[in-house]
Ligand binder design. Structure first.
Ligand SMILES: Nc1nc2c(ncn2[C@@H]2O[C@H](COP(=O)(O)OP(=O)(O)O)[C@@H](O)[C@H]2O)c(=O)[nH]1
Ligand SMILES: [Mg+2]
Length: 491
C-alpha cells in the first residue's frame, strides 16, 4: 500500500534536550524540508539537490517570515531506503520544546509556495507506514515500542532480539513447513486421476506434530516473556499492622516504608520497582484495609486521610496482577481477614479475574504461631506462604510462589531466561498462536479420523491464516490501527 500524504512530527521526547529531531515522511518530504532549510555550503550538493544519507549543516527557519533560524543538520533518506520506506527528511536541531514546535509549525503552515501541505503525524504513524510498506512485520513494529519502553536489561535484550526479527524468522520457518504441507495435500487433490504418490497419514501426522511443538514452545514462554517485558504489578494488602510495610521493606532490602506498631501508619501508596526471581515487579504498599462495618463492634475512628488511603488501596488491588494478602499468622483466625479477602475477590470478579493471582502471606512466623487456626483462609484455592518479614524466614518461598503464579512454571535458578530465543510478548500474538495451535490440532484429528483430504487442506489453510496474524499478514485494518495508536507521536 502506498501512502502519499506527507506527515511530520517531533521525534524526540518532550522537554528540553541537547538535540531535538523533527521527522518528515512522504512524497513531499524533500520539498517541504528544503523549503525551510538554507545550506551552509552548496558545494556538497549534487546538481543543487542534497544527496541521500548525508548530513548537511545549515539554517533551519522557525518563524513565519523565515527570518529567524536555528543552526542544525538536514538529512535526506530516499525511498525505499528509509525507515518508513518513503522519502524522509530529518532536522537535527537544538532540543528546545518551543523551538521544535516553531519549526514544526513552519512545516505545517502552507506559506511555502508550491509545497504541498504537510500534516501532523498520528501516533505510531511512521512505524505503521514502515509496516505497510513491508519494511518491518508486526512483531518488529511492536518491538520498536518495547525497545523504547524497556526498563530493565532483560526487557531491552528481548525487545532488541525481536527487532532483529528473531520471532519473525521463527514464524517464517513454521509458515514454510505449513505451506509445504498444504501444497503437498493440494497437489494430491488436484491430480486425483493421475495417482501421484501423496504423503501417507503417518508422514502428515509427523510433520504436523513437529509444527505443533514449535508453536507450543512459543506459547509456553508467553507468560514469562510478557512479565519480563511489561513488569508485574504487585499490591500488598491486608488489615492494618499485619506487616505489609515490613514485607515491602524486606523485599526491597531497604527501610523504604515507615513501620510502627500503630495501626494506620501507611496512608498513601508507596511504589517501588524490584526484581523478584528475575521478574521486574512494581511493588506497592498500601494503607491497611479497615472499615467501621468490617470491624465488628469496633470503635476505630478513621480520619479522612486514612479513608482516602483505603479507597486507593482497593483501587490498586483491582489493577494488580498479583496480590499479596498479608495476615498476622501469630494471631488466631480473624473473621475480618476472611471478610476482607472475600470482598477483594468479589471486586476481582471482572474482566481480569483469571489474570489476577492472590497469594496469602501469613506473617510473623517468628512469633508463637497460631497459623493452624487459619483453616478458613487456607480453604481458599490459593498459595499460602508462612514467613517473617522481621527476620526474613520464608521470603524465598514467597518469591518462588510469585514466580509460579506469574509464569505458571516452577522457579529453577539454573534455567536461562527466555532471552536469546524467539518468544512472544503480547496478548495479540498469544491469541494468534492459540488459534494456529487449534487449527493444527484439528488438522491432526482430520487425518487420524481419515476424513477426506479436502477437509485437511481447509484446516491447514486456517492454520496458515492464523499464523499470518502474528506477523500482520492477515491482520485487519481495525486491529492495526489499535496497535499503532498506542504508540506515541513521532514514532
Ligand atoms: N514479630 C514480628 N513483628 C512484625 C513482623 N512484621 C511486622 N511486624 C511488626 O508489626 C507492626 C506493624 O508492622 P507494619 O509493617 O507497619 O504493618 P502494616 O501496618 O501492615 O504496614 C510493627 O510493630 C512491626 O515491627 C514480623 O514478621 N514479626
Ligand atoms: Mg504499613
Amino acid at each position: 500500500m502506498k501512502t502519499t500524504e506527507t506527515i511530520t512530527a517531533i521525534a524526540t521526547a518532550l522537554g528540553s534536550g541537547g538535540i531535538g529531531i523533527i521527522r518528515i515522511s512522504g512524497a513531499h518530504a524533500l520539498q517541504a524540508g528544503l523549503s525551510i532549510f538554507t545550506f551552509a555550503s552548496t558545494s556538497a550538493l549534487s546538481g543543487g539537490a542534497p544527496e541521500p544519507q548525508r548530513l548537511y549543516f545549515g539554517d533551519i527557519s522557525f518563524s513565519k517570515d523565515g527570518s529567524s533560524a536555528d543552526k542544525g543538520y538536514f538529512v535526506f533518506m530516499k525511498a525505499p531506503n528509509s525507515f518508513t520506506g518513503e522519502d524522509i527528511v530529518e532536522f537535527h536541531c537544538h532540543g528546545g520544546q518551543l523551538l521544535l514546535n516553531k519549526i514544526l509549525e513552519s512545516l505545517l503552515s502552507d506559506r511555502h509556495e508550491g509545497v504541498d501541505p504537510v500534516r501532523l503525524a498520528e501516533p505510531g504513524e511512521f512505524t505503521k507506514r514502515a509496516f505497510l510498506n513491508g519494511k518491518i512485520d508486526l512483531t518488529e513494529a511492536e518491538a520498536v515500542g518495547e525497545l523504547i519502553g524497556a526498563t530493565n536489561d532483560s526487557a531491552l535484550a528481548m525487545a532488541s532480539g525481536r527487532l532483529q526479527g528473531r520471532l519473525a524468522k521463527e514464524i517464517a520457518e513454521i509458515k514454510e513447513s505449513l505451506v509445504e504441507l498444504v501444497s503437498c495435500v493440494e497437489i494430491e487433490l488436484d491430480f486425483v486421476e493421475e495417482e501421484i504418490d501423496g504423503l501417507s497419514d503417518e508422514e502428515i501426522l509427523e510433520e504436523l506434530g513437529s509444527i505443533e511443538r514449535r508453536v507450543e514452545v512459543l506459547t509456553q514462554g508467553y507468560c514469562e516473556a510478557s512479565a519480563q517485558m511489561q513488569g508485574v504489578k504487585v499490591v500488598i494488602t491486608g488489615r492494618p499492622n499485619t506487616g505489609k510495610s515490613s514485607l515491602l521493606n524486606r523485599l526491597l532490602q531497604e527501610e523504604r516504608a515507615i513501620v510502627t506498631p500503630v495501626a494506620g501508619t501507611t496512608r498513601d501508596l508507596i511504589e517501588e520497582s524490584v526484581l523478584i526471581k528475575g521478574l521486574p515487579a512494581r511493588l506497592m504498599d498500601t494503607a491497611g484495609l479497615r472499615q467501621g462495618d468490617l470491624l465488628k463492634g469496633g470503635s476505630v475512628r478513621i480520619d479522612e486521610v486514612e479513608a482516602i488511603g483505603i479507597e486507593r488501596a482497593r483501587a490498586q488491588v483491582k489493577d494488580a496482577r498479583v496480590v499479596f494478602f498479608v495476615v498476622d499468622g501469630s494471631e488466631p483466625e480473624h473473621i475480618v481477614d476472611i471478610e476482607l479477602l472475600e470482598s477483594l475477590l468479589a471486586d476481582s470478579l471482572d474482566r481480569k479475574t483469571s489474570e489476577r493471582k492472590f497469594i496469602i502471606v501469613a506473617n510473623k512466623s517468628d512469633k508463637e504461631a497460631a497459623i493452624e487456626n487459619k483453616k478458613l483462609l487456607y480453604k481458599q484455592d490459593m498459595p499460602v506462604v508462612v514467613l517473617s518479614a522481621k527476620n526474613g524466614a520464608g521470603i524465598e518461598a514467597l518469591e518462588e510462589a510469585f514466580y509460579k503464579v506469574v509464569t505458571g512454571l516452577d522457579y529453577n535458578s539454573e534455567k536461562v531466561a527466555v532471552q536469546g530465543e524467539a518468544f512472544i510478548t503480547t496478548v495479540r500474538e498469544k491469541d494468534a498462536l492459540d488459534k494456529t495451535l487449534l487449527k493444527i490440532r484439528l488438522s491432526k484429528n482430520v487425518v487420524s479420523a481419515r476424513v477426506a483430504r479436502e477437509c485437511l487442506a481447509l484446516e491447514l489453510r486456517g492454520a496458515l491464516d492464523a499464523l499470518g496474524l502474528v506477523v500482520g499478514e492477515t491482520t485487519s485494518e481495525d486491529i492495526l490501527n489499535r496497535i499503532f495508536s498506542s504508540f506515541c507521536i513521532g514514532k
